[in-house]
Design a protein around this ligand. Structure first.
Ligand code: NAP
Length: 338
């Protein structure tokens, strides 16, 4: 899998509707040289995230990705050459290396991670997915034992961790996901109490039956119709954790909804809070220690779907947006060498 050139997946144009393979093309460039203050890294695994698609829509919590540029994306990479004190060839780092074999990055944009197996966990449970679920649920949602917690995109990478962490904190957990197989998985393997297949049943009706006394915490990964269905079922003083809105990422902006904003939010005295996982960087080590203890004790299941080959990155993201994935989806670009 190693290459002498730098293969790069470029975003040809920003998609007007749904993302398609033709929005990308493979290019080849020379392997870049690091300057003082920079390191050259070889990408090992690329993280596929729903947010990759949102970055194409414009400025979010980061700059927009532009046409004719290498597609951005988080990755775990190995340092090949360092011109920064404290970084050495062979170090493993996390950073936005993009969809390519090699990248030059400034040390300020890198986080060193331990070479603990499996290294993919640095992109799943100990990376963006696990930390987002942990901080969003515990620091924003503030669940109490016995609370009813609803998680959407519950079989996805953030959602599967958010639901399991809510169970670990003694909550009753309702997951919303697309498809029977995903719902069965939530119930049989991840310990969710209820699973709602939003593609086959009315979410509002199912929530009325499953949460007759109201939802205390709604962990929202999808926005749109599902957010709208959760609103009237919220209990008084409920907390809505606005993690993301994947229903609005892959296409034109939705024409309607969610209705009930702000009316129901006022009447029910809801707390609706958005967050980005990096808001809690100061608590990163605390979160990682607790996540590690749960994984090591077998209490938190980590499902990773690993697809081989940089060339398969566009299809991997298109499939994730269509709901193909269960848990965290990654692309294996190359094996560690050093
Ligand atoms: P993911 O959940 O692994 O994959 C996305 C899932 O979204 C798909 O598997 C699909 O599952 C579901 N989905 C797609 N279209 C949908 C629709 N129209 N309605 C309902 N569900 C739909 O992706 P992820 O990267 O972990 O991201 C999940 C959410 O977390 C996103 O909103 C993302 O922006 C957010 N996020 C936020 C932060 C933060 O710091 N705030 C950090 C990371 C991620 P189904 O089969 O169930 O439809």
């Amino acid at each position: 899998m190693s290459t002498a050139v730098n293969r790069q997946i470029m975003l040809v144009e920003k998609p007007a509707g749904k993302l398609i393979p033709q929005n990308f093309r493979m290019a080849e460039a020379a392997i870049p040289e690091p300057k003082v203050g920079e390191v050259l890294v070889r990408v090992l695994y690329i993280s596929l995230d729903a947010a990759n698609r949102a970055w194409m829509q414009g400025v979010t919590y980061r700059g927009a990705v532009e046409a004719n540029a290498v597609m951005a994306g988080g990755a775990i990479a190995e340092v090949v050459e360092s011109k920064v004190p404290g970084f050495f060839a062979g170090d493993l780092v996390l950073g936005d290396a993009g969809w390519q074999d090699y990248a030059v990055l400034s040390a300020d944009d890198l986080i060193k991670v331990p070479r603990a197996e499996p290294i993919t966990h640095s992109l799943s449970v100990y990376g963006i997915a696990g930390l987002t679920a942990y901080f969003g649920l515990l620091y924003v949602g503030k669940p109490k034992p016995g609370d009813t917690v609803v998680v959407s995109a519950a079989a996805g990478s953030v959602g599967a961790f958010a639901g399991q962490i809510a169970k670990l904190k003694g909550c009753r957990v309702i997951g919303i996901a697309g498809g029977k197989e995903k719902c069965d998985w939530l119930l049989s393997e991840l310990g969710f109490d209820v699973a709602i297949n939003y593609k086959a049943e009315s979410v509002l009706k199912a929530l009325k039956a499953a949460a007759p006394n109201g939802i205390n915490v709604y962990f929202d990964n999808v926005g749109g119709d599902i957010f709208e269905a959760c609103l009237p079922q919220m209990g008084k003083y409920g907390r809505i954790v606005c993690c993301g809105a994947v229903s609005a990422y892959d296409g034109a902006a939705p024409a309607t909804g969610p209705r009930g904003v702000p009316g129901l939010i006022v009447i029910k005295r809801l707390t609706v809070q958005g967050f980005i996982f990096t808001d809690f960087s100061a608590e990163r080590e605390t979160a990682l220690a607790e996540l590690r203890s749960w994984v090591n004790a077998g209490k938190l299941q980590v499902r990773e779907e690993i697809i081989d080959g940089l060339e398969n990155t566009p299809d991997g993201l298109i499939g994730l947006l269509a709901g193909e994935n269960r848990g965290k989806r990654l692309i294996r670009v190359s094996a560690p060498k050093l």
